[in-house]
Design a protein around this ligand. Structure first.
Ligand SMILES: Cc1cc2nc3c(=O)[nH]c(=O)nc-3n(C[C@H](O)[C@H](O)[C@H](O)COP(=O)(O)OP(=O)(O)OC[C@H]3O[C@@H](n4cnc5c(N)ncnc54)[C@H](O)[C@@H]3O)c2cc1C
Ligand SMILES: *[C@@H]1O[C@H](CO)[C@@H](O)[C@H](O)[C@H]1NC(C)=O
Ligand SMILES: *[C@@H]1O[C@H](CO)[C@@H](O)[C@H](O)[C@H]1NC(C)=O
Ligand SMILES: *[C@@H]1O[C@H](CO)[C@@H](O)[C@H](O)[C@H]1NC(C)=O
Length: 625
């Protein structure tokens, strides 16, 4: 090689190194800007209190066309349905979604999960004033977060990938008298969508229950954090297993599996819909708001879907079926506006009754007790924000999970029976008090001050009730579709007080964990002060914790059961086991509203599974019968 050739090669390499370096720096600068503008926008964001932004100025209905299937809502399950149904070239599919696609901007950082709720990706619902829980919420009305956009609530969820216990699905099979819902039979649908990437050697993974071939990315957050070990070891000391909570044995302590792709939030719109947007037979309409399904009163056959878009009103005609995938609040709302729901309620509002069904009468949600905050004597390493960004471009570090701590336990009722169905979960977080956390929880300042204090080196534990006995309702405020519905979760309202007792046991478990050797060795101490409303009670007594729980228990963010599957409408079922609305032809519901009972996990993957299974049964019904 001549000298000049060598020189050229050296110069070229130097140039390349500089190029790579400055590309990285440019990317980090870009991300930093996204975060700065994103956090500021969230702090100033005011959530809407109704859907009037979708109101049409022109009420003349224009024809939009004819479709084999119209999917209402392109959310967690709607996105999967769109993907699978559009694979069938003979069918043409319309998806109508109120929000927009993810811009994969600020929304991509799981760390800013609280900020994400204060954006156009959230509907901004609130509960009606509560009497049995959430009493510390301002005006006793608590936030109910639900996603808006292609991807739905997967756009704003906390990215925990957890399916629940096999017995939850075996129970669904019993309730519906349809064995196709047993875990053995739905496992293939869970696996169909999953793309698992095993990264944390600390966490056992049972690959019989996972797949690497789907579209929806699942991974662990890296690097691991010392609090994960502390939590796992504390659980071991109390006799619990370390387990893969999506494997054969759910109960015990685990490291979180996350819906992230290289550390960025994975939403179903990006994973399932974006890759097939060019399909000739798929049309995805965003910023379009469905107000009604038109159903023939005599034949009870669904004919068309009415929606508004850019100030105009449209009708899409349906050849085969309407599939409601508008979520646990949206789907029952649209059914009721279309004349399907409790007869008295609809008549009171002046809505023509087409079918009397118990829509919205069994709203169930995991109840979550807002966080017990402890201090430790460990000084948290202080990273610069720049360091976080440098890690992030490698798919690692603080921005890639909602917290550095990534551990969670599932606990069965009564005993340390690691095969039992979990009744509560406890997860550990590092707790950073901020303006945004307060806006997110929306508790009175006095309550937050008391249970958080000035604690700034904190570990928090959140206990969640997975099998609530309390039952809430979803009702319409009026027949105006642009009004938000009345959401009344009624947490901790079961007459036997079994829900509050289970959460109380969860608090006892947290204190038991705090006294294990692993936690004692970091000097874990509860530093909460009595919350204002419970000051008259002996601090930390059972009566005190009951009072505390009624103050701070809020939604665990898994509402379901508003259009439950059942074997018959007499027993409160709204859809049959094939997800067809009882007594109506051509309308199915395929989202979290059909869960006949809550699952002991989080609901994104279960909603996706429902979409997968529905797509599969539509295929079978239309092509093989
Ligand atoms: C704050 C928060 C954190 C969560 N964390 C987790 C977690 O860590 N792990 C987990 O598994 N689950 C989590 N969940 C729960 C999970 O996100 C939901 O249960 C799940 O996404 C529900 O899916 P879905 O398909 O039923 O509805 P959605 O995903 O909500 O989809 C419904 C879609 O329908 C659209 N829509 C509604 N009405 C209309 C209308 N009239 N016209 C047009 N479109 C309409 C909506 O805009 C939305 O896109 C969390 C939820 C929240 C709110
Ligand atoms: C609480 O109620 C008052 C009076 O109705 C209202 O002005 C205020 O906006 C409410 N606050 C919240 C957070 O809902
Ligand atoms: C799995 O994750 C690692 C680490 O984040 C990443 O480097 C790798 O590309 C991923 N593999 C796949 C197949 O996605
Ligand atoms: C924290 O407290 C524990 C228990 O008192 C003690 O053993 C440990 O050395 C302390 N650690 C630090 C860093 O002070």
């Amino acid at each position: 090689m001549t000298n000049s050739k060598l020189l050229k090669i050296i110069l070229a390499s130097l140039f390349l190194i500089k190029l790579v370096y400055s590309q990285d720096t440019a990317e980090i600068d870009r991300l930093e800007k996204l975060i700065n503008t994103g956090t500021k926008a969230a702090e100033d964001y005011i959530l809407p209190t109704d859907a009037r932004q979708y109101q049409a100025t022109d009420n003349n209905v224009q024809e939009y066309g004819t479709f084999d299937f119209v999917i209402v809502g392109g959310g967690s399950s709607g996105s999967v349905l769109a993907r699978r149904l559009s694979d069938i070239g003979d069918w043409n599919i319309l998806v109508i979604e109120a929000g927009e696609f993810s811009d994969n901007g600020f929304i991509q950082f799981p760390r800013f999960f609280a900020h994400h709720k204060f954006s156009d990706y959230n509907w901004g619902y609130k509960t009606v004033p509560q009497t049995t829980a959430s009493l510390a919420a301002v005006n006793r009305t608590a936030n109910i977060y639900l996603g808006k956009g292609v991807g739905g609530t997967s756009l704003i969820q906390q990215v925990i990938y957890s399916r629940g216990h096999p017995e939850n699905y075996n129970n669904w099979a019993k309730i519906t008298s349809d064995p196709s819902w047993s875990y053995k039979n739905v496992l293939k649908y869970f696996k169909k969508s999953e793309k698992f990437n095993w990264t944390n050697p600390q966490a056992p993974v049972d690959m019989n229950y996972h797949s690497t071939k789907g579209e929806f990315h699942v991974q662990h957050r890296t690097p691991t954090y010392y609090l994960n070990d502390v939590f796992l070891n504390a659980n071991k000391e109390l006799g619990y297993d370390i387990t893969d909570y999506n494997g054969a044995s759910t109960s015990g302590a685990s490291i979180l599996q996350l819906n992230t792709r290289n550390g960025a939030r994975e939403d179903t719109g990006t994973a399932f819909v974006k890759p097939v947007l060019n399909s000739f037979n798929l049309k995805v309409l965003t910023k379009s708001f469905v107000t009604k399904i038109e159903i023939d009163k005599l034949t009870k056959i669904a004919k068309s879907v009415i929606f508004t878009r850019n100030g105009k009103t449209y009708r899409a005609i349906v050849k085969k079926e309407v599939i409601l995938a508008a979520g646990a609040i949206g789907s029952p709302k649209i059914l009721m506006l279309s004349g399907i729901g409790p007869k008295d309620h609809l008549e009171n509002l002046g809505i023509d009754v087409i079918k009397d069904l118990d829509v919205g009468s069994e709203l169930k949600d995991h109840a979550s007790a807002g966080g017990l905050v402890f201090t430790t004597n460990v000084t948290r390493p202080v990273d610069t924000f720049r360091q976080w960004l440098e890690d992030y471009v490698k798919g690692q570090g603080d921005l890639t999970g909602v917290s550095r701590a990534q551990a969670l336990g599932f606990y069965p009722r009564n005993s340390i029976n690691t095969k039992g169905v979990p009744i509560i979960s406890v997860n550990t977080d590092i707790a950073l008090r901020s303006k945004m956390v307060q806006k997110y929880l929306d508790f009175t300042t006095e309550t937050i001050d008391a249970y958080w204090g000035t604690n700034n080196n904190a570990v928090s534990f959140v206990v969640k009730l997975l099998d609530p006995k309390s039952c809430g309702t979803l009702r319409l405020k009026s027949k105006n579709p642009f009004e938000y519905p009345l959401i009344n979760p009624k947490f901790l309202s079961d007459p036997e007080n079994s829900d509050i007792e289970e959460l109380y046991k969860g608090i006892q478990l947290i204190f038991k964990l705090s006294q294990t050797v692993p936690y004692r060795s970091i000097d874990l101490k509860y530093l909460g002060e009595p919350v204002p409303a419970c000051k008259q009670l002996e601090f930390k007594s059972k009566d005190y914790w009951y009072c505390f729980l009624r103050q701070v228990t809020i939604s665990g963010y898994d509402p379901s059961g508003t259009c439950p599957m059942g074997s018959s409408p007499c027993e409160g079922g709204v859809v049959d086991s094939k997800l067809r609305v009882f007594g109506i032809k051509g309308v199915r519901v395929g989202d979290a509203s059909v869960f006949p009972s809550p699952i002991a996990g989080n609901s994104v993957t279960a909603s996706i599974m429902v979409g997968e299974k529905l797509a599969d049964s539509l295929l079978a019904e239309y092509f093989f019968y």
